[in-house]
Design a protein around this ligand. Sequence first.
Ligand SMILES: [Zn+2]
Length: 265
Amino acid sequence: MKVFPINLNNSNLQTNQLKSYNNYKVLHHYPTDRITFSSNINSESVKKIIIIIGAPNSGKGTLARSLSDYFSIPTIGAGDILREEIKKGNKFGEIARQFMKNIGNVPKFTQLIKVFMGNTIKEKLKLPAYKNGFVLEGFPRTLEEAEMLKTILDAEKNIELKIVHLDVNTPLLFERCANRFMCKDCHRTYSFINPKDLPKCKCGGTLIKRDDDTPEILERRIKKYETETLQVVDYYRDKAVKITIKNANTGANKVLEKVLSKISE
Ligand SMILES: [Zn+2]
C-alpha cells in the first residue's frame, strides 16, 4: 500500500514528522496525495462508454456489473431504472410496468420511456461519478433511441464508445428465465435450478422472481429484440467497436474475459 505523498519520501524527513504522519495515517486512513493528484489528472480524461446490447436474459446486467467493477465506472441499467420508477407507484411507474411487460404496443409509452431514459442519461453525465464514463445496458433498444443517444453523446467531449453485442441462442434465454432470481434491493441477479431455500443476496436483500420473468413475456420481448433491437446492432456497425460474442452461453467469467480481450484490441 502506498501511504506517503511524494514529498514525504524525502530522506531529510525528521523522524518525529514521520511518526506523527504515521499516526495520522492509522487514525484517519488519510488518502494519499498521490491518489488525489492522479484523480485530478483523470478529470480531463476520456469518457469510456460501453453499451451492451443483447436479447432479454442474455446476461447484459451481469456483464455490465463486471465491466463496471473492472473499469471503475458506474452502470446505467435501463431495466433497473424503470423498476425503481415502478416501485414509486405513480402514473409513470404504471407506464414503465406495462412497457416492460410489453403489453400491447403503445407508441406513446415507447416515446415517453425514450424521453425519460434520455433525460436520465443527460442528468447522470453531469454527475462527478460519471466523469470517466459508464456502462449502459438495456438501452437503446430501437433505432430512434439510438439516434437520440447519439445526439446526447455528441455534445460530450472525449467519448470512447464501445458496443458489446451478446449473441445467445434462444433456448438458453428461456432456461435462464426459469432459473433467474433478483435481489429486491440491489437488483443483482442469481441463477438457481429448482431451489428449495433461496439464500440472501450479497447485500442482505431478499431474492425474488422478477415479474417480467415469465415465458410469455419473454417470448414477446425476444420478438421485439429481433425486430427492433437487432437494427441497433447494425446501426452501430460503423460508429463504434462491435463485439459479437457467438455462443455467449459460456459462463459469465468466460464472457467477461472475451469482452475484455476484444475491447483492448
Ligand atoms: Zn442485493
